[in-house]
Design a protein around this ligand. Structure first.
Ligand code: ZN
Length: 256
C-alpha cells in the first residue's frame, strides 16, 4: 500500500532539519510521496529546495491570500521560474481567505484570478485554499479554464451541495484530518459520496491533526489516519482509499 499526501508543509519550522526523520516515520505508515505546499516567497523557496533534495517530494509554489498584497511583477517572474522546474507539480496554495483577511478582498480576488490564469498558461493544476469564501471562489473558478489542467480544493470542508458545485467545475477535493473529527458531519457526508476519481487526501501538517492524534502536532505520515477515517466512513479497506487517492495525485500532478 502506498499513500500520497497531496498537501503538506514539510517546509515549515517544526520540521526544519528533521525532514528525513519525518519521512522515515511516514514510510512506516505507508506514506511514500508528498507534495510540499508553498504560500509565500520563503515557503516557496523551501518547497523547491526539498523537492530537489528528496526523490519522493514534489513542490507546489504560489502566493496565498495572506501575501496577495505583496504580489507584483518581480514576484510573478520568480514564481514562473520555480513553476518551470521539473519537480514543481502545481501552483498553490492560492485562493481566498475571508476569515483572516490579511490582504484586502479585492486584491485577494485579483491575485487569485491572475495565478489561475498563469497556471493555465503553464499547463499546471492549481492547489486552492478557500476559507469563508466559497461563493467568490466558485465565481472566479467558474469564469476560468481551471478544468483543462485541473484544480484541487485543499482541506475541503464543504457540504454535499458545495461539493457538487465544485465537482461540476471539474475540480478535485482533498480531505484533511478534519474528516476524522466526530462533529464534522458535512465533511463526512461529502467524503461518503464523492466519486473515487475526484478524491485526494492530505495532512496540511503541522495543522489539522487527525484522530487518534488530534491535539498533537501533525506530520505527513498521518495521512494514513486520514485514509483510515475515509475508509471507515465508506465501509471499505484503507488499501482501497490509498490506491484511489495515490493514483489521483499522480494523475493531477502529472507524475510519471
Ligand atoms: Zn496548507
Amino acid at each position: 500500500m502506498e499513500i500520497f499526501d497531496s498537501h503538506t508543509h514539510l517546509n515549515d519550522e517544526p520540521f526544519r532539519d528533521k525532514e528525513q526523520y519525518y519521512l522515515d516515520r511516514a514510510a512506516k505508515l505507508s506514506v511514500t510521496k508528498a507534495a510540499v505546499a508553498g504560500q509565500d516567497p520563503e515557503f516557496n523557496r523551501r518547497a523547491v529546495e526539498l523537492s530537489n533534495q528528496f526523490d519522493n517530494l514534489y513542490a507546489i509554489v504560489g502566493y496565498c491570500p495572506d501575501v496577495a498584497k505583496d504580489w507584483n511583477q518581480a514576484a510573478r517572474d520568480q514564481l514562473i521560474e520555480q513553476l518551470r522546474l521539473p519537480k514543481t507539480v502545481a501552483l498553490g496554495e492560492i485562493g481566498l481567505d475571508y476569515y483572516w483577511d490579511e490582504s484586502p478582498r479585492n486584491i485577494q480576488r485579483k491575485v487569485f484570478e491572475e495565478q489561475v490564469e498563469l497556471a493555465h498558461s503553464l499547463k499546471l493544476p492549481v492547489n486552492i485554499h478557500t476559507r469563508d469564501a466559497f461563493e467568490d471562489t466558485y465565481e472566479i473558478l467558474k469564469n476560468s479554464k481551471v478544468s483543462e489542467y485541473g484544480g484541487i480544493l485543499h482541506n475541503f470542508n464543504g457540504d454535499p451541495e458545495w461539493l457538487h458545485k465544485f465537482l461540476d467545475l471539474g475540480l478535485m477535493m482533498s480531505f484533511s484530518g478534519v474528516v476524522s473529527f466526530t462533529k464534522a458531519v458535512d465533511v463526512h457526508a461529502s467524503a461518503k459520496i464523492i466519486p473515487w476519481d475526484r478524491m485526494l487526501i492530505e495532512t496540511d501538517a503541522p495543522y489539522l491533526t487527525p484522530k487518534p492524534y488530534r491535539g498533537k502536532q501533525n506530520e505527513t505520515g498521518y495521512a494514513h489516519y486520514v485514509a483510515q477515517a475515509i475508509a471507515d466512513l465508506r465501509g471499505v479497506s484503507i488499501q482501497e482509499v490509498a490506491d484511489h487517492t495515490y493514483r489521483n495525485a499522480m494523475r493531477i500532478y502529472g507524475i510519471k
